[in-house]
Design a binder for this molecule. Structure first.
Ligand code: F6P
Length: 319
């Protein structure tokens, strides 16, 4: 039996520990591991190679993914999906582990319906926006990268008596912004999942500024597209000189934290066991209430992730 691993979509710290565990564990189970390089585009272009222990030596601590990734436009077309399937067939691969987000899950759901491929998705995205898992690979590292940046920004903000608007990634999901706002004690958090009441915030902040507050930190999720608007409001309504910092892709890099490494190992073991023990399977693994679980891909792809209610409750610091 041959199993392959592929990264698809945005990379996430924790992919390399997952890739290493995949190779080591598949060999331990007396099966043959393969790499699909450069994501779905690589699969279409037949970039598939047998993997060896030597390929994954010394990669555990690195961010990114040694096998590359891509966002493939071609995969939307059936003729390219057929090519992808034929490439897998050439190596007798009918079971695949996907490190990716919901876009990658959807792509493989279509491929498996057309060509009977078994696959297990491992939630890997700093956005933490996948249904049926509290945790996606890469989130802990991203949150720590952001925390470090925000701690630095606070130093200069307080010295200069300024406001800072820090924009975090996450696409439509406000998880990164929400957890960052909580863990860095920001005064403002703007995410799609929660209404931001400017009047209430203005009253509160003006009072605090009168009492001696020296800086304001606003964390804004990219999906709100409100970064410039919050800056203008802080200057015009609150009366503070304001700077914007867009953290961008630095949030996707960095050495995976201990949590991301350990989660990667557990996700891989669960995924490989499921693939080996089932003839036909289309699922994704997840982490819920302290347990590693699996759910059908059709369920995951048809439902939407929501930020835990305790996080949203704690964010209502102005109420
Ligand atoms: O999905 C991960 C992510 O980093 C999002 O947070 C962000 O919106 C997007 O990818 C950026 O995509 P790209 O790397 O293609 O610019």
């Amino acid at each position: 039996m041959s199993l392959a691993i592929i990264c698809s979509g945005g990379d996430a710290p924790g992919m390399n520990p997952a890739i290493k565990k995949f190779v080591d564990y598949v060999y331990k189970c007396n099966k043959t591991p393969y790499f699909i390089y450069d994501g779905l585009d690589g699969l279409i272009d037949a970039k598939i190679k047998k993997a060896y222990h030597s390929d994954v030596a010394g990669i555990l601590h690195n961010g990114g993914a040694i096998i590359g990734s891509s966002r493939s436009e071609r995969f939307y077309e059936k003729r390219y999906r057929k090519k992808a399937f034929e490439n897998l067939q050439k190596h007798n691969i009918d079971k695949v582990v996907i490190l990716g987000g919901d876009g990658s899950y959807r792509a493989f759901e279509i491929l498996s319906k057309e060509f009977c491929i078994s696959f297990i998705g491992i939630p890997s995205t700093i956005d933490n926006d996948i249904y049926a898992t509290e945790y996606c690979l890469g989130v802990d590292t991203a949150l720590n990268v952001i925390r470090h940046a925000v701690d630095n920004i606070r130093d200069t903000a307080s010295t200069f008596k300024r406001a800072f608007v820090v924009e975090t990634m996450g696409r439509e999901c406000g998880y990164l912004a929400a957890v960052t706002a909580l863990s860095s004690g920001a005064e403002i958090c703007v995410i799609n999942e929660m209404n931001f009441n400017k009047n209430k915030a203005a009253k509160h902040l003006k009072k605090e500024l009168k009492e001696g507050r020296r800086y304001i930190l606003a964390i804004v999720s990219e999906g709100t597209k409100a970064t410039q608007d919050i800056k203008n409001w802080l200057e015009d309504e609150i009366g503070m000189q304001t700077r914007i910092t867009i953290l961008g892709h630095i949030q996707r890099g960095g050495n995976p934290t201990v949590r991301d490494r350990i989660m990667a190992f557990e996700f891989i073991i669960k995924a490989v066991d499921l693939l080996i023990n089932n003839t036909q399977i289309q699922k994704a693994v997840g982490y819920e209430k302290g347990r590693f679980i699996d759910r059908d891909i059709s369920e995951i792809n048809s439902k939407k992730y929501t930020i835990p209610s305790n996080i949203l409750r704690d964010l209502r610091f102005l109420d």
